[in-house]
Design a protein around this ligand. Sequence first.
Ligand code: GLP
Length: 260
Amino acid sequence: MEVVILPGSRQIGRMAADAVEALVRRKPDAVLGLATGSSPLPIYDELALRHEDRGLDFGRAHGFALDEYVGLPAGHPQSYREVIRKEFTDRVNIAPENVHSPDGTAADLPAACQYYEDAIKERGGIDLQILGVGTDGHIGFNEPGSSFASRTRIKTLIEQTRRDNARFFSSLADVPHHVITQGLGTIMDARHVVLVATGAQKAQAVRDFVEGPVAAICAASILQFHPHATILLDEAAASSLRLADYYRHAYDNKPDWQGL
Ligand code: GLP
């Protein structure tokens, strides 16, 4: 796990965008794992800018959403399919048919989950998975207690997550209770994971998953087992880390050839 502490979300967006840009230039048909929430927005802004300014080309790339609410009708502004379309894929030249998300409207949800797993596999797996983290340490919608071996499946949201996400809806009552999320096993299969977290409200979750024990009570802690996980934090999100000075020192002295 590499922890990089940066001054703010702008710098985080740029560094994550550097990793995506390097990947897409090296492998034009790269498969990107796309997260929602507010944390990844600066990454999408930066990628849209690079597409506009320097012609960064997503023409052959694919995108797979990390998760989706169950039961929101197609086209609902808060469905993650719509959010990803609006915040990222409509702003670059990724082909709409190459952007995939779990079908939260399916009559047969387990079949839709299996279909999604198969679709990721058919594309050769995810090259770079962008992640945020919930205040309870969830990644995707893998709430505390999620199996470390889990694949894409239905989950029930914890009340805290529904409350955290209520700001995107007109009221708490409108936030769905059920979701489909890539499993922790699915996320662990991504070749590179880039998790971004900003703000003091994330400090405890960051401390728990970076430096705490690997335990299902904090789903993101499984990333300690990932061979290539990059954790990009602002000062506030990093404020409870015991080894913050060490992470700074390691990054400041990192050999250029290592890249991200
Ligand atoms: C939701 C998403 C997660 C995201 C989390 C944090 O629960 N399913 O993928 O990481 O929110 O969101 P934010 O970045 O807005 O704090």
